[in-house]
Design a protein around this ligand. Structure first.
Ligand code: NAD
Ligand code: GLY
Length: 360
């Protein structure tokens, strides 16, 4: 088993990464000295596959759990769904020392974390991410929240989990398209932080795409280490943590203007990363050859790297970037790469350069 520590003083926690972790979760939770009552929050794709194993493991360790199942997909991150879940937590008489366990992808993790951050002014929270994206990104770092009509993740909190369990076996049933979308975030870690990781991804891509556990476990652990280092230095995104948003300024705008659901998050940020790399060549002198390596790797992963935009869609996209919640003082700030493995935050980019990158 691989372990990664997220260093946050008294709120530090461990990420456990291995195949076959689910039956072990109850014992591990018992070591955290959590109360006996537990709500397992999952979705209707994940719960039928994995909830019984998790609940059995909790029961064997003396916990009394009940299951809340929400419909799969982004609409579960709505206020109405949170309301329904709050009612269920109240019906089952969750108490201040009870805890919530998120079993699912980023949608379930964000929703369950939001419930945990707010119900009874805060309950302990355990993450059991079952998508690649959730294992390398959303389950670590404590960002939890739900969506409004006005935009994604507009209501939320920073609420760190007490422990994260990444079971590699759960990835076996993840649909191919979701797996590829998770790889976009994996590749992002190479660009923003670790040129060696990037080179490893180029070398081992076929094994990773076959979900070879030894390779996948090592790569997921490295991504978690990077996220842990970043979050440990800047938990609430006042500086360094913004590097995690490489490719997201344009990616979020693509998701919003294409209509949520057309592109998966990872697909949109794959296109966003390629655009950000082209902007980086123009603004920071990143070498074209390095931008091409990024585009090649994303394309070999089976991700989209370009989007066809007419003039009207291009204007819509530029307008959507200004609505992103990361905009400050009305200015869109970009994370740009100097080279593979090194990025800078806070770049204001002239509109012509953005338009030029989008025209590509
Ligand atoms: P998701 O949670 O919607 O999961 C994708 C699909 O895969 C769903 O249909 C789900 O039911 C299914 N699924 C999950 N695990 C499965 C498994 N093991 N086997 C079979 N099917 C499985 O999507 P996601 O990509 O994991 O997460 C996206 C969400 O994460 C977005 O809402 C995004 O805003 C959020 N996010 C949050 C953070 C953060 O820091 N909190 C970071 C990145 C993304
Ligand atoms: N996914 C970006 C962050 O956690 O900050």
């Amino acid at each position: 088993m691989r372990k990664v520590n997220v260093p946050l003083g008294a709120r530090s926690y461990e990420i456990h990464i291995a195949a076959g972790l689910l039956p072990w979760i109850g014992k591990a939770c018992a070591r955290l000295k959590l109360g006996a009552r537990c709500a397992v929050v999952s979705d209707d794709e994940v719960a039928p596959r994995y909830a019984a194993a998790v609940q059995q493991s909790l029961r064997a360790a003396g916990f009394d759990s009940f299951l809340i199942t929400v419909p799969h997909g982004e609409p579960a991150k709505r206020l109405q769904m949170a309301q329904r879940c709050f009612d269920e937590l109240a019906e089952h008489r969750l108490e201040r020392n009870s805890f919530i366990l998120a079993l699912g992808g980023g949608v379930v993790g964000d929703l369950a974390g939001f419930l945990a951050a707010t119900y009874l002014r805060g309950l302990a929270f355990v993450q059991v991410p079952t998508t690649l994206l959730a294992q390398v990104d959303s389950s670590v770092g404590g960002k939890v929240g739900i969506n409004l009509k006005a935009g994604k993740n507009l209501v939320g909190a920073f609420h760190q989990p007490r422990q994260v369990f990444c079971d590699l076996s759960a990835l076996d049933t993840l649909p191919e398209r979701e797996f590829r979308a998770g790889m976009a975030e994996v590749i992002k870690y190479g660009i923003i932080y670790d040129a060696q990781l990037f080179a490893r991804l180029e070398r081992d891509l076929p094994k990773l795409m076959r979900r070879d556990r030894a390779n996948l476990g090592a790569v997921i652990a490295r991504c978690c280490e990077i996220k842990a280092e970043v979050v440990g230095q800047d938990e609430t995104e006042s500086g360094l943590r913004a590097i995690l948003n490489f490719g997201h300024t344009i990616g979020h705008a693509i998701e919003a203007t294409a209509g949520y659901g057309k592109y998966l998050h990872g697909e949109a940020i794959a296109i966003g990363q390629v655009a950000a790399a082209h902007i980086s060549c123009a603004v920071l002198g990143m070498r074209e050859a390095e931008a091409n390596r990024l585009e090649d790797l994303l394309a070999k992963t089976g991700l989209p790297t370009r989007i066809r935009l007419d003039a009207r869609r291009r204007q819509q996209l530029l307008a959507a970037m200004k609505l992103d919640k990361k905009v400050s003082g009305g200015e869109v700030k970009f994370v740009l790469a100097k080279k593979i493995g090194a990025v800078e935050t806070g770049h204001e980019v002239p509109r012509e350069i953005i338009e030029h990158a989008l025209a590509k």
